[in-house]
Ligand binder design. Structure first.
Ligand code: ZN
Length: 156
């Protein structure tokens, strides 16, 4: 069996920042062809067979975007509910015209806090070391949901 649209693929991956250290690793079930993974990674895995392993380097613009200094914002404490409990390193949710997005608290001042709304991997060139462990047909339910279920898939 080959990786193709409507297949559930189990991959083992190790993600590093290119030329630097390891960021994370794990095992993942994903439904191929439903944008569960970043497009460049899906393209890389297409047509591969069980047991395939390989590495791919992904530029920031194909992964989590360039680091955007405008996403670092100063917010008055008066605008943040429970601001007395906010700590550095904490994720908080900010509301914008485009909806709610997570941001990391990077500094706390007397009357304001500084948050960074960039994805933690923004601006990083990523290196994926991927192995295809298993490939199977997706169930009708998985196709209807647009994601894989099971041990390493989506939990409801
Ligand atoms: Zn589901």
């Amino acid at each position: 069996m080959q990786v193709a649209r409507n297949k559930v693929v189990t991959i083992q991956y190790e993600l590093s920042e290119s030329g630097k250290g390891k960021l994370e690793s794990g095992t993942l079930d994903y439904l191929h062809g439903f944008q569960n993974l970043m497009p460049v990674l899906e393209q890389f895995l297409a047509d591969k067979k069980e047991g395939f392993s390989g590495k791919i380097e992904v530029a920031p613009q194909e992964a989590f975007g360039e680091y955007d200094a405008d996403m670092v914002m100063k917010i008055p404490k008066s605008e943040i509910e429970g601001s007395e409990n906010v700590k550095i390193g904490m994720q908080i949710e900010l509301e914008s015209a485009e909806g709610v997005f997570p941001a990391m608290v990077t500094a706390i001042h007397d009357h304001s806090i500084i948050v960074d709304g960039n994805h933690p991997y923004a601006g990083k060139t990523l290196l994926f070391d991927v192995k295809v462990l298993a490939i199977r047909d997706a169930t009708a339910e998985e196709l209807a949901h647009g994601h894989a279920h099971g041990a390493h898939g989506h939990h409801h």
